[in-house]
Design a protein around this ligand. Structure first.
Ligand SMILES: Nc1ncnc2c1ncn2[C@@H]1O[C@H](COP(=O)(O)OP(=O)(O)OP(=O)(O)O)[C@@H](O)[C@H]1O
Length: 302
């Protein structure tokens, strides 16, 4: 549904994106992660046809978002970091206006109510709080039932309840088959909503994988914690193959390492006659995997 090839965009001497390739299948949710200034918004703006690339091609359902602007606009709903609506427009008027651009729009009032804006329908845009402006931007991007939704920092600045409402809505449109590109800094959001994640770092795609795949790329994908019935030597555990880190706080031990390292730790404890109580084994968080990937991509460049 979306195909980006060799995308390059510069602003003066700043190279915002360079040689970016991305594909998003119909009905897929692609999360775009990366540090501030990495080129995420620029990529989304090129897909939306709001910015013209210096080089490379972008296709959305086979259309060029710049050359075939009118047809592409009917397919695509865009939520940018700033909606930039006229200050005097009310929420109701804005929803009606945006719905009028489309043949089969959603019920804008119902959409606003789902996003907790039901009591703000007759308020002017300028009088809304930051989080309310954010939610109206989401509602406006989705009111036309787009086949492709481009959502840039969907839930930044939203309180936890509003964030849940927004996530539920995204899950619903995903279920309806909408193709979604979602720029986010929130790993919980990325994990919950996205089929695949593209990590963009300094204008380039550093990795594309499923959330589980990105975690699996980490050299230390597993975390185990336990309370030993009597003290264990942290140094001895740290020497075991595949153990990346061992720490102890308040008598509880945490070991981070490979899956095999977990087995070696259990074996070591067994041989030492130390029973691990309250044993928990889990995956490294996507947060940790993300930080490890960004750091390793920085080291490669250095
Ligand atoms: N209109 C513009 N004029 C000049 N420079 C720009 C413009 N838009 C983006 N840039 C620069 O291009 C680079 C990429 O910016 P972009 O907004 O795409 O990053 P981002 O990954 O979305 O960052 P963030 O997470 O902070 O939103 C940055 O160095 C930014 O300063």
């Amino acid at each position: 549904m979306i195909e980006v090839r060799g995308l390059r965009k510069t602003y003066g001497s700043t190279v915002a994106v360079d040689r970016v390739d991305l594909e998003v299948a119909e009905g897929e949710v692609l999360g775009v992660l990366g540090p501030n200034g990495a080129g995420k918004s620029t990529t989304v703006e090129c897909i939306a046809g709001l910015t013209s690339p210096d080089a490379g091609t972008v296709r959305v359902a086979g259309l060029d978002p710049i050359a075939d602007r009118d047809a592409a606009r009917r397919l695509v709903g865009v939520q940018l970091q700033e909606a930039g609506l006229q200050a005097k427009l009310t929420v109701r008027e804005a929803l009606r206006l945006f719905a009028s651009f489309h043949e089969h729009p959603r019920d804008g009032i119902e959409l606003a109510e789902r996003l907790g804006l039901g009591e703000r329908l007759d308020h002017r845009y300028a009088a809304l709080s930051g989080g309310q402006k954010q939610r109206i931007a989401i509602a406006l991007s989705l009111v036309g039932r787009p086949r492709v939704a481009l959502l840039d920092e969907l839930s930044t600045g939203l309180d936890p309840e509003s964030r849940r409402q927004v996530w539920d809505l995204v899950e619903e449109i995903r279920h309806d088959g909408t193709t979604i590109v979602l720029v986010t800094h929130l790993m919980e959001e990325a994990h919950r909503l996205c089929d695949r994640l593209a990590l963009i770092d300094r204008g380039q795609v550093a990795a594309v994988d499923t959330p589980a795949g990105l975690i699996g790329r980490s050299a230390a994908p597993t975390v185990m914690t336990f309370d030993p019935v009597r003290p264990v030597s942290v140094e001895a555990l740290a020497r075991l193959d595949g153990v990346a880190d061992v720490s102890e706080r308040g008598g509880r031990v945490q070991v981070v390492g490979t899956d095999d390292a977990v087995l070696l730790v259990l074996d070591h404890l067994g041989r030492s006659g130390v029973r691990p109580t309250r044993l928990r084994v889990s995956e490294t968080s996507l947060d940790d995997a993300y930080l490890a990937l960004v750091t390793s991509s920085e080291e490669e460049t250095a």
